[in-house]
Design a protein. Structure first.
Length: 285
């Protein structure tokens, strides 16, 4: 082994009381992305992933027609699992130089700029105290270690990206893009399907209730003009053709199944009543 420099020799003093002595700027190198302290962007990424997964599986997919829900749920689940696996692989794989990974975890000092202009000089890292494998090896100041074929330090993974975890990183990015595009497509499809009025979901009851509110101004106008009409439908379950009466004039509200709900009968009856009153313009003059 290459003899350590003096700065490194100070950092490699024996442990005291079972713990490594850490003085000044001496730190330990990071072994994986889940090693504390965690980066805020890493936490934001996990929360965003959970929010997108929950929204897609528990809101967007159920809003689709029944025949499309199994395929959509399966596609979303597969993409999320691929992204989760690749994300964990990219974060947990240590991209450090092989010579560094074979050594025990030891504290690393800060570079002495008086003695060395660069961390790596002539293929030797003065902080990790190893001979680097190639010219593409860089010493990451965030992870405090030499990374083989260094690409960049990813704050979302809280880990460096090098030759060992580069494939997992690419899979993580591609799966995230595909999952985001799929969630956006599901949102657009659900919106279009809802606007076409083909969704059989709790939103239908809300829409039906909102439509029924439009009937109340008409009822107020009727009583304002002293038409003295009885309730729009005096019986919701009485017959196949419930009728609304106005001074002896009978108006067929609708023809429907007598087992239909009372609120549905009311809204259908009031809608036909409105159409009848519009035709009879004399009621509004």
């Amino acid at each position: 082994m290459i003899p350590p420099t003096e700065a490194t020799r100070v950092a490699l003093e024996p442990p005291v009381g079972g713990r490594l002595r850490r003085s000044g700027s001496v730190r330990l190198r990071r072994q994986h992305g889940l090693q504390p302290p965690l980066h805020p962007l890493q936490l934001c990424g996990w929360l965003t992933l959970c929010a997108l997964a929950g929204g897609a599986l528990f809101y967007l997919v159920p809003a689709l027609p029944n025949y499309a829900q199994p395929a959509a749920a399966a596609t979303v689940s597969v993409l999320l699992l691929i992204h989760l696996a690749s994300h964990l692989a990219a974060a947990l794989i240590d991209p450090a130089e092989e010579a560094l990974r074979q050594r025990a975890l030891l504290p690393v000092p800060q570079l002495d700029r008086v003695k060395h202009a660069h961390v790596i000089e002539d293929g030797f890292c003065h902080l990790c105290n190893i001979k680097v494998a190639s010219s593409r090896t860089k010493h990451c100041s965030a992870c405090n270690k030499c990374v083989a074929n260094f690409d960049h330090h990813c704050k979302w993974l809280n880990n460096c990206v090098g030759s060992r975890n580069y494939a997992a990183f690419l899979m993580c990015v591609f799966s995230a893009v595909l999952a985001a595009a799929l969630v956006a497509a599901l949102a657009i499809a659900s919106l279009i399907y809802h606007c076409l009025g083909r969704v059989d979901s709790p939103q239908d009851h809300t829409k039906e209730s909102l439509n029924s509110i439009n009937e109340f101004p008409m009822v107020g106008a009727i009583y304002t003009h002293n038409l003295k009409l009885p309730p729009l439908c005096h019986s919701f379950h009485s017959a196949d053709k419930p009728e609304c009466e106005n001074s002896g004039l009978k108006i067929n509200c609708y023809t429907a199944d007598a087992d239909a709900g009372s609120w549905k009968q009311y809204t259908q009856c009031s809608s036909n009543k409105k159409a009848f009153l519009i035709k009879k313009r004399g009621y509004f003059h």
